[in-house]
Design a binder for this molecule. Structure first.
Ligand code: ZN
Length: 563
């Protein structure tokens, strides 16, 4: 993602002239005429109840005894600041939350609207589930809904592609790029104040410096210094990710970052175990199963990996399916200088394992292999998926472009495919290097196979979904598993799966290094769709009522802070 900053000193005149009218405009622009009308009797409530029920509730807690008194005092301030990001994300994704929820009394409907941050179903290609709302605008509320691509493309304004501006119409109807700290002035100033109060309580100097810099970043939309401070902070127990971060919500251009927040508590015991892997990255890169030119880069030097319990998700990251691993910052400039941090959210991962993966394996994995489906293996596969994103090449072998540019729209699916299969290979390789004690790789293989069934349910609209369809059909071709026709259960063949893991790793690393767009699209066209037999097996999972994702019970009370 490109780092963007813009002039931070905006005059009072600008604020008075544009900020207030624009906020009003924003609230209205994204909401259709009939909004607020009570339509519960027009909706298939049974279907809504079923869909809401596909999100299993999970309470976000952690062991508070690892926190100092001062750290416990910081938490309520961070909860409040995070909740403000939730308010902003509602405005970005939908518009006025109050209008949407007005008159809605059915608890399943309210739950489902809140999971989706609007009336469009995120895990079903954003299809509308309230009759008075049509299609979701591709640009959500980051752009005026009546703006055409032609109008935007013809508009000459250097701030229009900034991650941190809203595009709105002024009183004369002309397009304007409004900085986030102006458009969301009220929320941002409040959040910055709360973060500054938390910074005053922080005992760890790294955390204090980061929180101060982050509060300032929210007020200016210049995130560089705070990203650097975040990477330099190493000994903190509490972590707080806040601000406009990912650009997935903008389906029109992908320019605009959406607001979110995570409150995290570091698990220092589990994190210790990971420290050594960061040091092994160069050795892993060297050992990659591909020819020398395809691994001729050095992976980031200051990258670190830690394990956390998440105690709060707000905004973008809390919408639809929940993130279980984070890799930040996105700013390429910071990544080049400081590397990146990989955050594994252990309690959320455990929730997905217990409530989704294990029940899926219970339905689809051969009975004698079910003992191999283990949380530790799921944790390793997920963790090394993140590690594997940093392996291989960033630029093509002939250095004419980045891999991302060369593979264009096929890039994300191929990149997720690479991360999955190379993640599994990392576990294998570390075991070969004697870095993992008492490892039964069969656990990782069978857990990986179960994970494929979980992830293909994200659908072909998701890069993760497509990547897992490719794994499935590649493995099938290679005999890595066999399906028992009588029981409809799958059995992993260890030796063939190991060979398929090597071959698919080589194929994807080579394809990326060659920047071979034709081969990438052919692979996706051939294997990136669910065929009939697999669909029937997935239907069995759905009929068994296995959740598709989780929804959080969270906040100071869930954490037991006020008791
Ligand atoms: Zn990934």
């Amino acid at each position: 993602m490109v780092f963007c900053s813009f002039e931070t000193e905006l005059t009072d005149r600008f604020m008075k002239k544009f900020a207030l009218p624009l906020l009003v405009l924003l609230a209205v622009a994204c909401n259709p005429k009939n909004a607020g009308k009570n339509t519960e009797n027009m909706i298939d409530m049974k279907l809504i109840e079923q869909k809401a029920g596909e999100f299993a509730p999970f309470k976000l807690t952690t062991d508070l005894s690892v926190l100092t008194e001062k750290e416990k005092q910081m938490l309520p301030l961070l909860f409040e600041a995070a909740a403000l990001m939730d308010d902003i994300f509602w405005k970005e994704a939908f518009g006025d939350k109050e209008i949407l929820l007005a008159g809605k009394t059915d608890s399943s409907l309210v739950k489902f609207l809140e999971i989706n941050y609007g009336p469009w179903e995120r895990l079903n290609n954003n299809e509308s589930f309230l009759p008075e709302y049509g299609e979701k605008p591709a640009g959500a509320c980051f752009y005026p809904i009546d703006m055409t691509k032609e109008e935007f493309d013809a508009w000459d304004n250097p701030e229009k592609t900034s991650l941190y501006t809203l595009i709105q119409r002024d009183e004369a109807g002309k397009l304007q790029a409004v900085p986030y700290h102006v458009a969301f002035k009220e929320e941002v100033e409040k959040a910055a104040g709360l973060i500054q109060q938390a910074a005053a309580l922080a005992e760890d100097p790294g955390l204090k410096k980061y929180l101060e810099a982050r509060a300032n970043a929210l007020l200016t939309d210049d995130y560089y210094a705070s990203d650097i401070a975040w990477m330099e902070m190493k000994n903190n127990t509490i972590d707080f990710i806040i601000g406009p971060i990912e650009n997935y919500e903008d389906h029109l251009y992908g320019y605009k970052a959406a607001h979110e927040a995570y409150i995290l508590v570091k698990d220092k015991v589990w994190s210790e175990r990971l420290v050594k892997y960061a040091a092994i990255l160069p050795a892993l890169q060297k050992a990659l199963p591909c020819e020398a030119p395809y691994k001729n880069e050095t992976p980031g030097f200051d990258s670190d990996m830690n394990v956390y319990d998440a105690v709060f998700y707000a905004g973008d990251c809390n919408s639809g399916s929940k993130t279980i691993a984070i890799n930040l910052p996105n700013d390429e400039k910071v990544r080049a200088e400081k590397g990146s941090r990989k955050l594994q959210l252990k309690n959320s991962m455990q929730a997905k394992f217990d409530k989704i993966l294990l029940p899926i394996a219970g339905q689809l994995i051969a009975e004698e292999q079910q003992k191999h489906v283990k949380f530790d293996a799921f944790f390793e596969n997920t963790m090394f998926h993140e590690v594997a994103h940093g392996l291989g090449l960033g630029s093509t072998v002939n250095k004419t472009s980045t891999v991302r540019e060369a593979l264009k729209d096929a890039y994300t699916s191929i990149e997720e495919c690479k991360a999955d299969i190379l993640g599994l290979w990392c576990v294998y390789q570390l075991n070969e290097m004697g870095e993992l004690a008492d490892k039964d790789l069969m656990d990782n293989f069978v857990t990986f196979m179960s994970g494929i069934f979980r992830s293909v349910r994200f659908g072909a609209a998701s890069a993760h979904g497509k990547a897992n369809m490719i794994h499935f059909y590649y493995f099938q071709e290679r005999g890595a598993f066999e399906r028992d026709a009588a029981t409809g259960r799958y059995r992993v063949n260890f030796d063939k799966m190991k060979q398929a893991m090597f071959d698919l790793s080589t194929l994807v690393l080579t394809l990326q290094g060659d920047g071979d767009y034709a081969k990438a699209t052919a692979l996706i066209a051939e294997k990136g769709a669910i065929r009939e037999e697999l669909q029937k097996d997935l239907d069995r999972i759905a009929q068994a009522g296995i959740p598709r994702d989780i929804v959080f019970e969270q906040g100071p009370q869930a954490l037991g802070l006020n008791q």
